[in-house]
Design a protein around this ligand. Structure first.
Ligand code: ATP
Ligand code: MG
Length: 497
């Protein structure tokens, strides 16, 4: 691997940091996680809400760290070099880029932000780059992948130190394109600062994460930073869904900045438009695609109009990277999207079973509406809510499920340290306010079996909440559990009846 070596003095200059102590040591890595520190590391001490990184300074020095970046004055006994900066998180991002040789400058990086559709859009971008033989890499909620090599994701958008290290590995592996999800929290925490985005994509903005951002305006403003240059550099192009009201606002504001904006829509004039959309649970989705480079009919295995938005975004990004339209249409025809995002569980029966990651009321509504558009049969929904997490969504999710399903089975998600029955009783309040066609089955496996047994010709079983997850967390323990696997077992059991 190319390992750029920067003397600490040079790093301090580039960060605009006030340097105390020796400046000649060579920096080989930067981190804010003391457990990652080793010889040549510069440690960024961040005072977080739960822990203060300054407590670990003695430990990282023992591990061979050559310097500390901090917002605080150096203590009298400061070990080695001390770089005082105005914002430690931003310095972490800048330093991570510099120490890894600015890897985002060495490939075409695509960043995807928005409330829903980030993971799917990132998978689509990866697939289109792969179709064009550009050896892509991606960072997503599900996995971190470089070509064929994949590891499970730890978080949707990693820390800047991990992202830059990953991008350097991708460059070394010969990748010409990388796509990544940029969650609003990550943007707010400076994890995407100083990345050079060739294309930034905005999918949509709906109410979620307001527990973190407070108001929609704050939430929008966090996302907008990816587009307007406040992270250090503005993206080469911005791809924006203008059927979303916040998207329209963003497109206008970014255009007024004199930046390049590509608009996408299913409803109005835009640079890329999808029309005559035909969705089938059996065959997937087809639509007419209008682009500045010509018009084509797209046929995709993905099911649903929300995914047409994701395909429009990925297509626009691919066109910006110079990928030709026929290659894109070919790539779309084979990409099955991200695991657990309206994923159909294949079987021979005459009803459908779908596993979906929807774990907010809004995402659940989208999923159930998509299902409703696709069938004249009944919708049977199985879901629960996670414990030790945002409680306020339990009643609204119950209401959405009750109002938009013909039958609901309330079950457990990841109960964690909460009593599963008490989570369920909160959801029940919402469900009961809309329908009496429901039952409670705490054991998720039994609930999935019940739903599959209940299904008749034309029905759609929606198993929501866990998507690609392959575990269930009960108390502190993580058990193997995969909705798709259990659904297959249930289908096999029904087939034998
Ligand atoms: N463009 C879209 N508009 C609305 N809903 C969508 C869209 N794309 C996917 N969805 C639905 O939203 C949910 C999440 O999809 P996906 O995982 O792709 O989004 P995400 O933004 O990465 O979510 P997260 O923030 O949880 O990582 C799924 O239920 C999916 O069916
Ligand atoms: Mg995601």
């Amino acid at each position: 691997m190319i390992s750029p070596k920067i003397p600490i003095k040079q790093l301090a200059d580039q960060l605009g940091a006030e340097l105390t102590g020796p400046g000649d040591a060579v920096v080989t890595d930067v981190t804010h996680d003391s457990r990652q520190a080793g010889t040549g590391t510069v440690f960024v001490a961040i005072k977080g809400e739960t822990a203060d990184g300054h407590r670990f300074i003695a430990d990282v020095v023992r591990r061979g760290a050559v310097g500390v970046i901090s917002e605080q004055e150096p203590p009298a006994d400061a070990p080695g070099a001390w770089l005082r900066v105005a914002n430690a998180r931003e310095a972490l991002a800048r330093a991570a880029s510099l120490v890894n040789g600015e890897p985002s400058h060495l490939l075409d990086l695509i960043g995807v932000t928005g409330t829903n559709g980030k993971t799917t859009t990132t998978y689509l971008c990866f697939a289109l780059a792969e179709a064009a033989q550009k050896r892509p890499a991606m960072l997503t909620t599900v996995e971190y992948r470089i070509g064929e090599k994949s590891e499970p994701a730890v978080r949707t958008t990693p820390e800047a130190s991990d992202t830059n290290r990953f991008l350097l590995q991708a460059v070394d592996a010969g990748c010409k394109v990388a796509a990544m999800e940029a969650s609003s929290q990550a943007i707010d925490l400076h994890r995407c600062d100083w990345l050079r985005f060739r294309v930034a994509i905005f999918t949509n903005l709906t109410q979620d994460h307001l527990d973190y951002h407070g108001t929609m305006e704050n939430y929008f403003d966090a996302k907008k930073k990816l587009f307007d240059g406040r992270l250090g550099e503005a993206p080469g192009s911005s791809v924006v869904n203008i059927d979303d009201e916040w998207g329209r606002k963003l497109a206008n504001e970014v255009m007024q900045n004199g930046q390049r904006v590509i608009t996408t829509s299913q409803q109005q004039a835009a640079d890329l438009v999808a029309k005559n959309i035909d969705v089938s649970l059996v065959y997937g989705t087809s639509f007419e695609l209008d682009t500045p480079q010509g018009n084509r009919r797209v046929v995709s295995p993905l099911v649903g109009k929300p995914h047409v938005y994701n395909m429009l975004s990925a297509t626009a990004a691919a066109l910006e990277l110079g990928i030709d339209l026929d290659t894109i249409v070919q790539g779309l025809s084979t990409c099955i999207g991200a695991p657990g995002r309206f994923e159909r569980v294949p079987h021979d029966g005459d009803f459908a079973v779908v596993v979906d990651y929807a774990h907010t009321d809004d995402a659940l509504l989208n999923t159930l509406r998509t299902a409703r558009d696709l069938t004249d049969g009944r919708i049977i929904t199985v879901f629960g809510c996670g414990g030790d997490r945002d409680r306020t969504k339990r009643v609204p999710m119950g209401e959405v499920a009750g109002e938009n399903s013909d039958y609901v089975i309330i079950t457990s998600d990841n109960p964690r340290n909460e009593d599963p029955l008490s989570i369920i009783s909160e959801i029940e309040v919402g469900v009961r306010s809309k329908t009496s066609s429901f039952e409670i089955m705490t054991d998720r496996r039994k609930a999935i079996f019940r739903a599959v047994e209940t299904a008749r010709t034309g029905d759609v079983v929606i198993i929501a909440g866990k998507g690609h997850e392959t575990y269930q967390i009960v108390n502190e323990e993580k058990f193997h559990f995969d909705d798709r696997e259990v659904a297959r077992e249930a289908l096999a059991a029904v087939g034998e009846r």
